[in-house]
Design a protein around this ligand. Structure first.
Ligand code: NAP
Ligand code: F7E
Length: 343
């Protein structure tokens, strides 16, 4: 039985990756930081038998003694390093914290592999935020980086640390440059889930209006379940390397909003522009969407669209879920949750 260690196991990707690894008969170990509720986050949505098969190690990735101990004890065949302060907006307000977790925390993992478990294969969760102010459309592995946030900068340090350790010490360390991937397990502060939660509540009459920032931002949005399959394939490849995973399509926040309302049975139309733009219910004329500049970022990533040709040809990876299906999955799950909680 192969052993895998997952950092960030309580997050969105941690949930889907754990399910995948258990299906593939791995012995799964996960790092969870202590919290006052002893909460296992998204892992609590696993069925009971799956949850019992996950070995939890309580600790923080910024604690190098803890990381050294865990990695030297388990010596996993595969390590998926997903833990991060992953919210771009928050990184502008808390850059030092973001650097501590995303840079020092990542260095702790990389260095522990070098010192105590050099045969472990390591996956690092890099990101399309490395491309930031894009230098090329679409973005692929050779596109120059131009991060636009403390989060992006921190992930750039992680990306290059992986590459540097790989080249310096001949270690199997790979970067997954993943474009946005979303799901019903997505944190509520990210724009897709913020939209589907609000639309579900609005359609059930328990919220009046949805306030958003930049409606024109465009993202290459895929489904997280498809992307964790790509992470696994990256570590099964015969050599460590860097791979873009994307859908190769881009859509605006505005399009996401329209579709989410459509799947909840509400047609909206837009009026005005800039901070005065509003989205109205076509039938009732009620204002359902407003722009709130509080959600603008000091520097924005205007457009992301990937090119996953390398992952397709070398790993046989393809995203399976189309944009419309992703929005439908998310809104249906939030409608179900809201209905259940109301009853
Ligand atoms: P997420 O839902 O925010 O999960 C982040 C995970 O990291 C959570 O389990 C969190 O634990 C954990 N964590 C944060 N700080 C930690 C610390 N100091 N010590 C231990 N654990 C810590 O993120 P995600 O969407 O699953 O993304 C997974 C990874 O991929 C992240 O590194 C993210 O930056 C990267 N990424 C995500 C996307 C995307 O679109 N989702 C795209 C590209 C790259 P708590 O539950 O305790 O908060
Ligand atoms: O923003 C705009 C916002 O916070 C998407 C992380 O997983 O993907 C994610 O980062 C866009 C931005 O994700 C609101 O300005 C408008 O342009 O959902 P987001 P993100 O910043 O793209 C990358 C690949 C990662 O690596 C990250 O870890 O939507 N936007 N109005 C808004 N965004 C939010 N959050 N809230 C709004 O009200």
């Amino acid at each position: 039985m192969k052993k895998a260690l997952v950092t960030g196991i309580t997050g969105q990707d941690g949930y889907f990756l754990t399910k995948l690894l258990l299906e593939k008969d791995y012995e799964v170990h996960g790092i969870v930081r202590r919290n006052s509720q002893n909460s296992l986050g998204n892992l609590e949505s696993l069925n009971e038998s799956d949850l019992q098969n996950v070995n939890i190690h309580w600790g923080d990735i910024t604690d190098n003694l803890f990381i050294d101990t865990v990695i030297s004890k388990i010596k996993p065949e595969e390590i998926y390093h997903l833990a991060a302060q992953s919210f771009v907006g928050f990184s502008f307000e808390n850059p030092k914290f973001t650097y501590d977790v995303n840079i020092s925390g990542t260095l702790n993992i990389i260095n522990a592999v070098k010192e105590y478990s050099s045969t472990s294969k390591l996956y690092f969760a890099a990101t399309s935020e490395l491309f930031g102010k894009v230098q090329e459309i679409p973005q692929k592995e050779t596109t120059p980086f131009y991060p636009r946030s403390p989060y992006g900068v921190s992930k750039l340090a992680g990306f290059w640390s992986i590459k540097n350790y790989r080249e310096s010490y001949d270690l199997f360390m790979s970067n997954g440059i993943l474009f946005n991937h979303e799901s019903e397990m997505r944190g509520p502060e990210f724009v897709t889930r913020k939209i589907t939660l609000a639309v579900a509540k609005i359609s059930k009459g328990i919220q009046d209006c949805l306030e958003l920032g930049n409606l024109d931002a465009k993202r290459d949005w895929g489904y997280a379940k498809d992307y964790v399959e790509g992470m696994w394939r990256i570590l099964q490849h015969d050599a460590a390397d860097d791979f873009v995973l994307s859908t190769n399509e881009t859509h605006s926040v505005r399009e996401f909003v329209e579709l989410a309302f459509k799947f909840a049975g509400i047609e909206i139309e837009w009026e005005g522009s800039g901070i005065n733009e509003i989205g109205k219910d076509v039938k009732t004329g009620k204002i359902l969407v407003k722009v709130n500049p509080a959600f603008f970022r000091p520097a924005e990533v205007d457009i992301l669209i990937g090119d996953h040709t390398k992952a397709s040809s070398k790993l046989g990876w393809e995203p399976k879920t189309k944009f419309e299906d992703l929005v439908k999955i998310m809104i249906e799950k939030d409608l179900e949750r809201i209905t259940r909680n109301n009853m």
